[in-house]
Design a protein around this ligand. Structure first.
Ligand code: NI
Length: 216
């Protein structure tokens, strides 16, 4: 199969897998990450086929979706071999997928290639700004979390286990993850976009707390 056909059949496969996903990791998230990753990749470099494929497959094996402990992208691996993607290219794509995920405020998530840097940035950009806010509350509702509880203070997580098992209200997630992301971007292109989205979230939180205190 030619590369454009592989992309097309991968998009169709992933769209089917994520059709009824209510936690904010739906097909449109995947498609936004794909488009953003291509935009950043065109500016920053990297193999666009690897970038686009990794973006399309990046959440297929995510623990938040599969409920599994392991983050080995088994499903993505199986899919790539079904599409006869060359072993060398497939292993690059899988490497990118493994490096994308956020694992807690104090847990390092280094990238080993420009393609990883690009896809990680695209996924993180989708976690902040107006869409990030919407997705965060959707995910909180999906997990039955409170919107906010003034008694429960945000907590920094220095290991993946404690981050993953957190049951804190959704507003805390802004402090435990979203507001930290602008300083975690790898590329110049993403840093610029993240700065705008960050300001928007700070503004949003200001309004949120003003309204909470009956000031706004
Ligand atoms: Ni994602």
């Amino acid at each position: 199969m030619e590369r454009p056909e592989i992309i097309q059949s991968t998009a169709t496969f992933v769209a089917g897998e994520f059709a009824s996903e209510g936690s904010g990791h739906d097909w449109f998230h995947i498609d936004r990450v794909r488009r953003m990753a291509l935009r950043i990749g065109k500016a920053e470099g990297g193999d666009l086929f690897v970038i686009e494929m990794a973006a399309l497959l990046h959440d297929l094996d995510d623990y938040k979706i599969t409920g599994l402990e392991s983050h080995v992208p088994e499903k993505a691996k199986g899919w790539l071999s079904s599409q006869n993607v060359e072993a060398e290219v497939a292993s690059l794509i899988l490497q990118v997928i493994e490096e994308v995920s956020y694992k807690g405020s104090d847990v390092e998530t280094p990238v080993s290639s420009v393609e990883s840097a690009v896809v990680q940035d695209a996924d993180r950009l989708d976690a902040i700004g107006a869409i990030g806010i919407a997705r965060t509350f959707a995910y909180g509702g999906h997990k039955n979390r409170l919107i906010y509880d003034p008694e429960i203070v945000p907590e920094m997580h220095d290991d993946f286990q404690s981050y993953k098992s957190s049951t804190a209200p959704t507003i805390n997630h802004f402090y435990e993850k979203l507001l930290l992301l602008k300083d975690r971007m790898n590329t110049k292109t993403a840093k610029q976009m993240a700065a705008q989205r960050h300001l928007f979230m700070e503004n949003y939180l200001q309004h949120f707390f003003d309204e909470w205190e009956a000031k706004g």
